[in-house]
Design a protein around this ligand. Structure first.
Ligand SMILES: *Cc1c(COP(=O)(O)O)cnc(C)c1O
Length: 361
């Protein structure tokens, strides 16, 4: 077996859920488990998050998995259904639905099911992705409330990680929904951490549950979040470059001095980003932080499909078999993401199916 492994910590999940409760003590918590639990594996994380008041997913398969695991909480389909025939499954598994457009209301109006659906009616407060514009919202609500009394008012923020970034959306939402007798759900992780006025009845944390930061220029530890996934591997070969020698595909990196290089069993086919590190021609400006034997060094050269290179020049004790942390508690996924020009969300979701997982307490 290749030495690569993703380890999932149940206690970190429980801890991060407690952090959500600390930030939003008066709100119910709808844990976002979409994209297979942000790449962690829905079956691997659901027990650690069993204290949540509800789950939000995208795929019917994810929702069914959770119900069949025995969870009785509300399970919300974040984009609702795409075709009316899916309502049969929604009915059998008692799933909650986002309704974001009139076509979905028509599906409900024509559905043969008696059991009243549980609806999260989505308003578009400026993100212009899903939802009814404020002018249509009350019309949509009137049609939905003819079908079911179980309605939650909902919107999603475009810029909850920015100072005052939810103010305009919040004002639109409150103006449109004022004095309506229904609960509301607005806040994602960034809003939970940075915009307490948005918490209301249901918060919808995603990334913070996995121990990564939702907000620019912040680190997860400043919110007391713990990384849930640790991606590790080992050094499988060591090379010594003379000054002027190059490394890997495209001769992307040229050694400016004698350089000891470790080859790590992790590549882009495992989900490590290929565009790692900044170069000027073949001169390294900055690699991506990586920990070898607990000490931080950096990647060198181009990431290949199954391997990547790390600088061992300052780590003479490192050798074949030395443990490598690609991300986890020594090097946060946010640090890696930042150095690769992306966000922790993308790296976590992109861990490939060939990577074996292990769940620990
Ligand atoms: C994914 C998602 C969330 C969670 O967002 P995070 O930024 O990961 O906290 C909340 N609400 C909706 C509608 C989502 O799609």
């Amino acid at each position: 077996m290749r030495p690569i492994l993703a380890t999932i910590s149940q206690s970190a999940l429980q801890h991060n859920l407690a952090v959500v409760r600390k930030f939003a003590p008066h709100s119910k918590v709808m844990a976002a488990l979409k994209a297979n639990g942000y790449g962690h594996g829905i079956e691997r994380i659901a027990h650690g998050l069993s204290g949540a008041d509800g789950f939000a997913v995208l795929g019917m398969d994810e929702a069914i998995t959770l119900r069949e695991m025995g969870f009785e909480q509300p399970i919300l389909l974040l984009e609702g259904v795409f075709h009316a025939d899916s309502l049969a499954v929604v009915n059998v598994y008692r799933l909650s639905l986002v309704i974001h457009c009139y076509a979905q209301i028509e599906m409900l109006e024509h559905s043969p099911y008696r059991h009243p659906f549980n609806i999260f009616l989505k308003m578009n407060t400026g993100m212009n992705r899903l939802g009814f514009v404020p002018d249509d919202y009350l019309k949509a609500l009137a049609r939905v409330t003819k079908l079911t009394p179980n309605v939650t008012l909902m919107t999603h923020f475009a810029a909850a990680d920015e100072l005052n970034g939810t103010d305009a959306a919040m004002a639109i939402f409150q103006q449109t929904t004022k004095s309506l007798p229904y609960p509301s759900s607005l806040a994602n992780s960034a809003a939970i951490l940075c915009q307490p006025q948005t918490h209301l009845d249901w918060v919808r944390p995603g990334i913070m549950l996995y121990g990564a930061t939702p907000a620019k220029n912040t680190v997860a530890t400043e919110f007391d979040l713990k990384p849930v996934m640790q991606l590790t591997s080992e050094i499988i070969a060591v090379q010594t470059l003379k000054a002027g020698e190059t490394l890997g595909y495209g001769n992307r990196y040229t050694a400016s001095k004698p350089t000891r290089v470790g080859v790590v069993a992790c590549g882009y086919a495992d989900g490590y980003p290929r565009h790692a590190g900044q170069y000027s021609g073949s001169n390294l400006l900055q690699g991506v932080p990586v920990a070898v034997g607990g000490k931080i060094t950096q990647t060198l050269g181009r990431v290949s499909m199954d391997m990547l290179f790390v600088d061992l020049t300052a780590l003479p004790e490192a050798n074949i078999g030395s443990p490598v942390e690609l991300w986890g508690s020594t090097v946060s996924v946010d640090t890696v993401a930042e150095a690769c020009g992306t966000i922790g969300y993308e790296l976590l979701c992109a861990v490939m199916p060939r990577v074996p997982f292990k769940v620990v307490d």
